[in-house]
Design a protein around this ligand. Structure first.
Ligand SMILES: Cc1ncc(COP(=O)(O)O)c(C=O)c1O
Length: 458
């Protein structure tokens, strides 16, 4: 077959406008056409290299097209690409067994889906069926997916498009210490935001909840990282009122927070259900839930079927992702390089007025940008400018929070100290540029002479 010439950025832009729903978001004023990925790096159609410090939205856990994974998955694709879970396959049980070996506590039984959204849905069904109740508590700022239930559980108007919402969901304040919803300061606050969950259960529900869902560290919410006491209090309250604690590890899962496999382990809590996706598949569509044998048993009366959930190709890849994290000790790398990065970001905070707070763990880090450290006015326009400036210099960063003013640094777990130094150097330079020009952040900013000259020098 003759090799086809790839489409130009302009041609893709035209086709997107003509054939795609306008709901698709894109990053950057001048979008990039990515054609290749290799571990922590991406390459565009002109061969320019980028460090992917956002892991293509926290999805590439071990590295793009990891050489230990792709050949094995190619073999599986050639041997058997699809069969449903109605038939026996080795790959399905091998993944489930491997997962059980890394899960905290007695979480052992899994059900696989195609995405994180479906994992959210599935965990809701399990909790309702087990408790024979239907009410849920979720957190403000959270994100759990794009179906009716998962949008209702999400706590940002930005991601809640579907009216009317599901009945029986109540939102609790997040443990967002930098902008404390209770107007208090940690630790003098005595964890009032966590105890607010009890008030909500008592006054806004029937008092009989099916469960509560939470991310250990919020992803889209802007790397909101609760204090160390938080999840123990939450778990106690949820159990006191008869509900299940569902932990959404779609972003924090599989070593990202450093050392531990799952984010919730950093709080020394074993939840009733863990939801997962993204990093689990390192780029292949797969999600899932894992729960205890007892909760799983209550589900024997409910039959589920998913055409692609648990298919041979994605389950093979997900098992290899876990084995690859083990083989290269990427969990330790996340802790060590992540710790180093966080230290460097704190140094940047001292230097740059625009940095309000540095937070997160391992390679799940956030830098909140503010126009003024006293008023904490979110630096949202500056964030947009920063992303473009970083991109021009070969660095992809992510953006989060309701106001879009939090830099999200969540690179593949294989990044090196040199990569970390590159991230710090580029952020230092681009933050400086943004600060300098922040009074005039408008269309002219992108064309500013300083920005252009500086990009050329990279
Ligand atoms: C914490 C969390 N839960 C659920 C989802 C939904 O996952 P998916 O996009 O695979 O449906 C996401 C997606 O970003 C997420 O970050």
């Amino acid at each position: 077959m003759a090799e086809e010439k790839s489409l130009s950025v302009e041609e893709i832009k035209k086709k997107r406008e003509e054939f795609l729903m306008p709901a698709y978001l894109t990053y950057f004023k001048e979008p990039v056409h990515i054609v290749r990925g290799e571990m922590q790096y991406l390459y565009d159609d002109e061969g320019k290299k980028y460090l992917d410090a956002f892991s293509s939205v926290v999805t590439i856990s071990v590295g793009h097209c990891h050489p230990d994974i792709i050949p094995e998955v190619q073999k599986q694709t050639a041997a058997l690409q699809h069969i449903t879970t109605l038939y026996y396959t080795e790959s399905l049980v091998k993944l489930a067994e491997k997962l059980a070996s890394i899960m905290p506590g007695d979480l052992q039984k899994s059900f696989f889906t195609n995405s994180g959204t479906e994992a959210t849905e599935m965990s809701g069904v399990i909790a309702k069926n087990y408790t024979k109740r239907h009410e849920f508590i979720a957190l403000r700022h959270a994100f759990h997916g794009r179906t009716l239930l998962s949008m209702t559980l999400s706590g940002q108007s930005l991601w809640r498009h579907s009216l009317p919402y599901v009945f029986g969901v109540n939102q609790a304040p997040a443990a967002y210490c930098y902008r404390c919803p209770m107007g208090l300061k940690y630790p003098a606050c005595d964890m009032r935001c966590a105890y607010a969950v009890e008030e909500i259960i008592k006054y806004s529900t029937s008092g009989k909840i099916a469960g509560m869902i939470a991310e250990p560290i919020m992803g889209f919410g802007g790397v909101i990282t609760p204090p160390k006491e938080y999840f123990k209090i939450i778990q106690e309250l949820v159990h006191k009122y008869g509900g299940l604690l569902i932990i959404d590890e779609v972003q924090t899962g599989f070593g990202r927070t450093g050392e531990k496999w799952f984010g919730i382990e950093q709080w020394d809590v074993v939840p009733d259900i863990i939801n997962m996706a993204k990093g689990m598949g390192n780029g292949i569509p797969i999600g899932g839930v894992t729960t205890t044998p007892e909760i799983a048993e209550s589900h024997r009366n409910l039959i589920h079927f998913s055409t692609y959930g648990g298919n041979p190709v994605s389950t093979t890849q997900a098992r290899l992702v876990i084995e690859t994290i083990e083989k290269y000790d990427y969990r330790t790398n996340a802790k060590v390089v992540g710790g180093y990065l966080k230290e460097k970001f704190i140094e940047l905070q001292e230097k740059h007025k625009i940095i309000g707070e540095v937070r997160g763990m391992g390679l799940m880090l956030g830098i909140e940008l503010v126009r003024d450290k006293k008023t904490k006015e979110p630096a949202a326009k500056e964030m947009i400018a920063l992303m473009d400036l970083c991109k021009d210099r070969g660095l992809f960063i992510g953006k989060g929070a309701m106001a879009g003013n939090v830099i999200r640094i969540k690179p593949p777990l294989c990044i090196t100290r040199d990569d970390a130094d590159f991230i710090v150097r580029i952020l230092d330079e681009t933050l400086g540029l943004v600060e300098k020009e922040s009074g005039i952040i408008d269309r002219n900013f992108y064309n500013s002479r300083t920005a252009r000259i500086s990009a050329k020098q990279q």
